[in-house]
Design a protein around this ligand. Structure first.
Ligand SMILES: Nc1ncnc2c1ncn2[C@@H]1O[C@H](COP(=O)(O)OP(=O)(O)OP(=O)(O)O)[C@@H](O)[C@H]1O
Ligand SMILES: [Mg+2]
Length: 277
């Protein structure tokens, strides 16, 4: 645990030093403007089918950010830090990953998306890109969605596939598990589809829930398509060496925005997520 915290601290200092360098350009260099008066874009958002959430299902899955509360505070703080860093650099695409499975990536991605959804001036999107084991719909208590593959291959429009929570949070849910996700994640059609969605819907932030880095190639294959990544480490499980390898690997492909030390146990027994974006 101390070693892990020390590794996170070193990684944070390294990132701070690197921030002295000119910011890396966004993946989509001509990122669109998001003027709230852009009524054509808002018509597209209103046209997405609305997903209705069940509060009890959310609580069961530790999804606590739908409304402002004591429980949502860690994710509200994380949201503010992330937005600040991303705006400073002109970044819009954020990946969420971890060294090994079950670190709390999807729980954090969904909570963060709902916390962003409570910012009426922002348009946010959450993509379930854990294509071997999609879990976002389940965490939100929504029925099994269709496969995301036709969307990524350009065979189905986002207008048909996307779902909306409230007026300003859109979801790209993933249904049946894909057998060859790495190929799909690296494909030019996936790159083009994301660029088209970004142009048409002008989101302020796109969050991608990815698999873990050290278990396969999927997350690595996709990192080239994002501007930055957040790494989830689990305080009670992640080993120092695994965190270190993950941080280095992610840093080879994109900017490491920060690290969240999840399930950190306070002295009084409370369990929480500590962000260092
Ligand atoms: N802060 C936390 N404290 C305790 N349990 C947590 C915390 N965050 C997540 N969990 C639980 O840990 C389990 C794994 O969480 P989650 O599915 O979000 O992880 P993941 O990293 O996305 O997993 P996978 O690698 O399978 O995609 C879930 O049962 C979730 O409820
Ligand atoms: Mg997950």
């Amino acid at each position: 645990m101390e070693k892990l915290q020390a590794a996170i601290e070193i990684a944070r200092k390294k990132r701070e030093a690197e921030r002295g360098d000119p910011p890396a350009l966004p993946v989509t260099a001509d990122a669109p403007s998001t003027a709230a008066s852009d009524s054509g874009k808002m018509d597209l958002w209103y046209g997405l089918a609305e997903a209705h959430l069940d509060h009890a299902a959310l609580v069961r899955a530790r999804i606590l950010s739908q409304s402002a509360s004591r429980e949502s505070t860690p994710f509200d703080v994380l949201r503010t830090k992330i937005l600040y860093q991303m705006r400073q650099n002109g970044w819009r695409r954020l990946a969420i990953t971890s060294p090994l499975p079950k670190s709390g990536k999807t729980t954090a991605a969904v909570n963060l998306a709902l916390a962003l959804g409570r910012q009426p001036e922002l348009r946010s999107m959450l993509f379930d890109f854990d294509l071997r084991a999609p879990a976002v719909a389940d965490k939100l208590g929504l029925p099994q969605p269709p496969s995301i593959a036709p969307l990524l291959r350009g065979e189905r429009s986002f207008a048909d596939h996307g779902r909306r929570i409230g007026l300003n949070l859109a979801l790209a849910l993933s249904g049946e598990a894909q057998t060859d996700p790495t190929r799909l994640l690296m494909a030019d059609t996936t790159r083009d589809t994301l660029a088209q969605i970004q142009t048409d819907y002008a989101p302020d932030i796109m969050i991608f829930d990815l698999p873990s880095i050290l278990i396969g190639d999927d997350a690595r294959a996709f990192l080239q398509h994002v501007d930055c990544a957040l790494i989830l480490a689990r305080a009670d499980q992640t080993r120092y060496g695994d965190f270190d390898s993950c941080e280095r690997e992610v840093g080879e492909y994109t900017n490491v925005l920060g690290v969240v030390l999840n399930a950190y146990r306070y002295g009084d027994g409370r369990v929480d997520a500590e962000g260092s974006a």
